[in-house]
Design a protein around this ligand. Structure first.
Ligand code: ADP
Length: 426
C-alpha cells in the first residue's frame, strides 16, 4: 500500500470526523476505507459489553450476517493481549488457540486477523479488527496506519458517547419541562378555583358594608362609619387582587385568542384615557394624549387592550406625585406603537429587569398594590403577538418612566384576528 494513499485515507476519515454530526457515519467510513486502503477482506469495530466480558460487532464491513451472528465473542484473551502486545496479529485462524469460532472463520474465508485496541479515554472499550482472506504479513507501516485509524475511531466513539449523553440530557430536560408545564397548569387551575370561591363571599360582604354605609341599616356613629369605610377599602383591594388572580389562568389558557377581532386602537386609547382623566385631575397630574385619528384597525381583544391601557396609564398617574403623563400612539410599517411616559418617581435600575414579574413591586413604592398589573399587561400584549418594554428614566425628559407597547397590524399565527390575510376569513 502506498503511503500517499494511506495519508489520503486518514485525511478523508479525519475530515469526515470534523464535519459529520453523526458519529456512526464516521465509524462506517472507517471500516470501509480501511478495508479498501490495505486491501483486506473486511473490518469490524467490536465494543465491550458493560460487564466487559464480551465483544460485540458494532460496525463492520465485508463480513457476512451469519459470521457477525456466530455467537458471543469472549473478551478475555483478546483484550488482555491488545493491552499487553498492542496490536495482536493472528496469522493462522484455523490453528490459533485464541480463535473461538474456527469453523465459522473458515466458512467465512478468513485466513488471518489483526486487532488494535480502541481507547477513547485511555481505557480499552473495544477492538478494531481487520480480516484477510489469505495468509499475509502486516508491514510495520500498515500496523502503524491501523493504530492511527483506531485513534480516529476512538475519537468518533467519544463523540458518539457525547451525542448519546447529550441526547439523554435533552430528553431528561424535556421530561422535566413537560412536568413543570403540567404542574403550572394544575396550579393555575387551583388558583382559578380558589380565587373564584373567595370572590363570592367577599362581594356579599362588600354589599352589606355598602348597605350599612348608605345608612340603610340604621344610624352610624363617625367611628363606626370610619371603620366600615376602611373595611370596604380593604375588601376592594382584595377583590382587585382576586380579579387579577383570575385573569392569569384565563389569559394563560389562550382565552384572548377567542376574543380577537378587528379593533380600533383609537377608540380603545381614547376611552381608557377619558376614564382616567378624573383620577389624574384629583392628583394634580396633567394627562396629555397624542392620538392620530386615522389609525388602521388591528387584530385585538377590546376589553384586554383596554385593560393594558388602563394598567399603564393608571400606574403612570399613581406613581407620579405631580407632573405630566403623556400617552402617544404612532403608526409604523408593520406595527402600532403606544408609549406611556410620565415624570414620576421612576423605577430603580436594579428593579427594571424584574418589573414584569408576577407580584414584583419596586423598592421605591409606598402606595399599596398587587404587583400583578404589569405581569398581566405583559401576558395580554404577548397574547396579541406584541411586545412591551420599559425605560427609566425616560430618555426624552431624563426623569420618570416610559412604557412602550408594540402591537402588530397583522397576526403571524392563523388562529384569531380577522385582519389575518390567510386566517379565518374564508
Ligand atoms: P402595582 O402597581 O399593583 O404594584 P404593577 O404590576 O402594575 O403592580 O406594577 C409593578 C411595579 O412596577 C409597581 O409596584 C411599581 O414599583 C412599578 N411601576 C409600574 N409602573 C410604574 C411607573 N409608571 N412609574 C414607576 N414605577 C412603576
Amino acid at each position: 500500500m502506498e503511503s500517499e494513499y494511506r495519508y489520503k485515507t486518514l485525511y478523508a476519515i479525519a475530515k469526515k470526523l470534523t464535519s459529520s454530526l453523526a458519529p456512526e457515519e464516521v465509524l462506517n467510513t472507517i471500516v470501509q476505507s480501511i478495508s479498501k486502503a490495505i486491501g483486506v477482506k473486511g473490518c469490524s469495530l467490536m465494543l465491550l459489553t458493560p460487564d466487559k466480558k464480551q465483544l460485540i460487532h458494532t460496525i463492520s464491513y465485508g463480513l457476512s450476517e451469519s459470521y457477525l451472528r456466530k455467537g458471543p465473542v469472549m473478551s478475555d484473551a483478546v483484550i488482555s493481549e491488545v493491552l499487553i502486545v498492542n496490536p495482536v496479529v493472528i496469522q493462522e485462524t484455523t490453528q490459533d488457540q485464541r480463535i473461538q469460532y474456527k469453523e465459522q472463520a473458515v466458512r467465512e474465508g478468513i485466513a488471518a486477523m489483526l486487532s488494535v485496541p480502541l481507547m477513547p479515554d485511555g481505557e480499552v472499550v473495544g477492538v478494531m479488527r481487520v480480516y484477510t482472506s489469505e495468509q499475509r504479513r502486516f508491514s510495520p507501516e500498515e500496523i502503524e496506519f491501523l493504530g492511527s485509524v483506531a485513534n480516529l475511531g476512538a475519537i468518533a466513539l467519544r463523540k458518539a458517547r457525547l451525542h448519546e449523553a447529550l441526547g439523554r440530557h435533552l430528553e431528561e430536560r424535556s421530561v422535566e419541562l413537560s412536568k413543570l408545564e403540567e404542574d403550572k397548569a394544575s396550579f393555575l387551575r387551583f388558583l382559578g378555583i380558589a380565587a373564584h370561591d373567595l370572590k363570592a363571599p367577599l362581594t356579599a360582604i362588600q354589599g352589606f358594608l355598602w348597605v350599612m354605609l348608605g345608612g340603610f341599616a340604621g344610624e352610624l356613629t363617625d367611628k363606626q362609619r370610619n371603620m366600615l369605610q376602611r373595611s370596604s377599602r380593604r375588601i376592594d383591594e382584595l377583590l382587585n387582587l382576586i380579579s387579577d388572580l383570575l385573569d392569569i389562568p384565563r389569559i394563560e389558557s389562550g382565552q384572548i385568542v377567542q376574543e380577537i377581532e378587528d379593533v380600533s386602537l383609537y377608540q380603545i386609547v381614547k376611552c381608557s384615557c377619558d376614564d382616567l382623566r378624573h383620577q389624574a385631575k384629583e392628583k394634580g397630574v396633567v394627562l396629555e394624549v397624542e392620538l392620530p385619528q386615522n389609525l388602521p384597525e388591528i387584530p385585538g381583544s377590546i376589553p384586554r387592550l383596554q385593560q393594558v391601557m388602563t394598567n399603564l396609564v393608571s400606574n403612570a398617574i399613581s406613581y407620579t406625585p405631580e407632573g405630566v403623563v403623556t400617552v402617544s400612539v404612532t403608526e409604523e410599517d408593520n406595527d402600532i406603537k403606544v408609549e406611556v411616559r410620565d415624570t414620576g418617581i421612576g423605577i430603580p435600575p436594579e428593579d427594571l429587569a424584574r418589573i414584569f414579574d408576577d407580584f414584583f413591586r419596586a423598592s421605591n413604592v409606598e402606595i399599596r398594590g398587587t404587583g400583578l398589573g404589569l405581569s398581566i399587561t405583559r401576558r395580554i400584549v404577548e397574547a396579541h403577538e406584541g411586545s412591551i418594554c420599559v425605560e427609566s428614566p425616560c430618555l426624552e425628559s431624563n426623569t420618570g418612566s416610559k412604557f412602550t407597547v408594540t402591537l402588530p397590524k397583522k397576526r403571524e399565527t392563523l388562529n384569531g384576528g380577522a385582519s389575518n390575510e390567510s386566517g379565518n376569513k374564508s
